[in-house]
Design a protein around this ligand. Structure first.
Ligand SMILES: [Zn+2]
Length: 256
């Protein structure tokens, strides 16, 4: 088994008191080969890069998350540009995106900061990790405007089959996480059952998004194995076909 946790905030897990060595050891025991840690803004880039240097199974991405968009974002985008110019070893841009859940505040700034990151992904030919909430049409529009040479992943997917297909048509993979372990997530489970197998990859979003049965506990990368088990139950293909395809897609997207 060769699993990938394509979205795991190791730095936030540490903040919750989870030891990184133990978490990685347990993940490896569960068959996890690689973990991708997203940037949220310039304040965590150095730390997660250090994790990647210290632990061969860890990779990092550089990005500004919509929750962390601020007056400092323009300077941080400049810094990002400089670091990418110098040949940074991040494997993706992100996480970035749009989150309009809390209303209209900052929407314009979010769009501006995302647009700049899309341009950087184009210029440096990197895949992108996307976060989106209550802004699907706006994000789809931007994806059409700024086509990504190396694609990306819509992380933490919840929604309908039709919505998933719209992103796939824009060249994205769909990041499937713990939400499919909840039977009440009917729409998302139905979508994940029917979306093309070669466009789906797995994640935990640790320490968030605890799986069914683990509510109230911090999520961990080892649980990507449980996400896979739920995923297999939803699909019609043989187990081996599924695991091989997910491995292939994860490696293809992130050039691993
Ligand atoms: Zn995230």
């Amino acid at each position: 088994m060769c699993l990938f946790d394509t979205h795991c905030h190791l730095d936030l897990m540490v903040q919750k008191g989870i030891g990184i060595d133990t978490a990685l050891q347990q993940a490896r025991k569960a068959g996890v080969e690689r973990i991708i840690v997203p940037g949220v803004d310039a304040n965590n880039w150095n730390l997660i890069q250090q994790y990647a240097h210290e632990h061969p199974m860890v990779e990092w991405a550089m990005g500004i998350h919509p929750w962390f968009v601020s007056a400092e974002s323009r300077d941080q985008l400049e810094l990002m540009k400089i670091r990418l110019d110098q040949g940074e070893d991040c494997i993706a841009i992100g996480e970035c995106g749009l989150d309009f859940y809390h209303g209209k505040d900052e929407q314009r700034l979010q769009i501006e900061v995302l647009t700049e990151q899309l341009k950087l992904a184009q210029r440096y030919e990197l895949p992108v990790l996307f976060h989106v909430r209550k802004a699907h049409q706006e994000l789809l529009q931007l994806l059409k405007q700024y086509p990504l040479p190396k694609g990306g992943v819509l992380h933490g997917f919840t929604g309908s089959y039709e919505l998933g297909m719209q992103y796939i048509k824009q060249g994205l993979y769909i990041g499937v996480g713990g939400s499919i372990t909840y039977e009440r997530a009917r729409k998302t489970r139905d979508a994940v059952a029917r979306l093309p197998l070669d466009k789906l990859i797995l994640e935990t979003d640790s320490p968030d998004m605890p799986l069914y049965g683990y509510q109230g506990e911090p999520n961990q990368p080892k649980f990507v194995k449980n996400v896979l088990s739920s995923f297999i139950l939803l699909r019609n293909e043989p187990e081996q076909t599924i695991t091989l395809m997910i491995e292939k897609s994860s490696k293809l997207l992130f050039k691993l």
